[in-house]
Design a protein around this ligand. Structure first.
Ligand code: DON
Length: 344
């Protein structure tokens, strides 16, 4: 009985969040954006507050990530019209890792439709770690595109006739969201692919269950390349601002994701973007977001702007400690949680 309650709760939460995210603050009348000086003030304040915080440690299960200087830290807001407010190391290029996942899910939505994502992968938060094999076994028929299993499945769903084409579509889509060409950090790819035994197991299990839609090693390679793409915190801000702007990149004006599909994507980010910390994150910050073990996080204020941050030290759930604190403070200071201002 307990199990049934535990499994059905995320569905109710997802439905509630989908409503809230789909009908953001302007449903109650237009809310003026914070003044420009407020954006710069809150970015500077969060940077100053957390720059000396040393909690957590670099990811080490991908060996090369231990080599990223741990003290790097950058915070940025990018508005839906492309204005940038930043502090710290916002141009340093690091591997995007799991922050890539919602954007490839968006590609599957654009090529096909949100229902494909729901039916062929699932949209249930697992409440478990990003690489959990137990979560995959429990939710054999429905994980979500933000945990490793669902993200590998999303890559396999990208419409392509060859591995090269699959990869070029995935990369081009990430670049379209960032508004500039992006490339793979080859050393990160080598380090991750040569140690990807867990993800290979996940890909093979999915294939065995009929929940992977390309050859497993191909999906694993393209997924690992996707995670190794180099981005800056500023790039993540532009990617998030594209979602805030109804799927239109504020720099290039390209419609990267149909506006009608943005609410579904933000709902998955709200329920699963922080993995087994998603409840805590929504409780305290109230924004759809995505994290990565490279140290990046992007959060979206629907219809308005994105807040992104980068710092390599992670907590137990694999989420950047300084980044999550900085973004949560900014959301609270500006009063922009999707359920209403949450200054606590
Ligand atoms: O597959 C992996 O384990 C990594 N490429 C991505 C994991 C990740 O970023 C989890 N996020 N916090």
């Amino acid at each position: 009985m307990t199990t049934i309650n535990r499994l059905s709760f995320p569905a109710a939460l997802a439905a509630t969040l989908a409503l809230a995210v789909g009908a953001p603050a302007f449903a109650r009348g237009p809310v003026p954006d914070p003044a420009v000086k407020d954006f710069q003030r809150v970015v500077d304040a969060s940077y100053a507050k957390y720059k000396d915080l040393k909690d957590g440690k670099n990811a080490d299960y991908i060996p090369i990530l231990t080599e990223t200087p741990s003290d790097l830290f950058g915070v940025v807001i990018v508005t839906k019209d492309g204005k940038v407010y930043s502090a710290g190391d916002v141009d340093y290029v690091f591997s995007i890792q799991s922050v890539s996942k919602p954007f490839t899910a968006a590609l599957v939505m654009s090529q096909q439709n949100p229902k494909v994502l729901k039916d062929k992968i699932g949209v249930e938060p697992t409440g478990m770690a990003f690489n959990s094999k137990l979560g995959l076994a429990v939710y054999e028929d429905s994980v979500n595109p933000l945990v490793n299993a669902g993200a590998i499945a999303a890559v396999s769903l990208v419409e392509a006739t060859s591995e090269e084409e699959r990869w070029s579509k995935v990369l081009q889509n990430l670049a379209d969201f960032a508004g500039r060409p992006l490339t793979v950090l080859e050393k990160v790819y080598d380090s991750e692919y040569t140690t990807a035994f867990g993800n290979r197991g996940i890909a093979n299990l999915l294939y065995n269950w009929g929940r992977l839609y390309s050859e497993p090693e191909e999906a694993l390679r393209v997924y690992t390349k996707q995670c190794s793409v180099g981005v800056s915190a500023k790039d993540l801000g532009v990617m998030g601002a594209t979602l805030a702007n109804g799927g239109v990149n504020p720099l290039t004006k390209k419609q990267v994701l149909p506006a009608k599909d943005v609410p579904e994507l933000l709902a998955v980010m709200a329920t699963a973007g922080f993995y087994d910390e998603s409840g805590d994150w929504m409780y305290t910050a109230g924004l759809p977001a995505k994290t990565g073990v490279g140290g990046g996080i992007v959060a979206v204020v629907p219809g308005r702007f994105a807040i992104a941050a980068f710092s390599p030290r992670l907590n137990e759930a694999g989420n950047s400690v300084r980044s999550l604190n900085a973004i949560r403070d900014i959301a609270g200071e500006l009063g922009v949680g999707v359920f209403g201002a949450n200054p606590n």
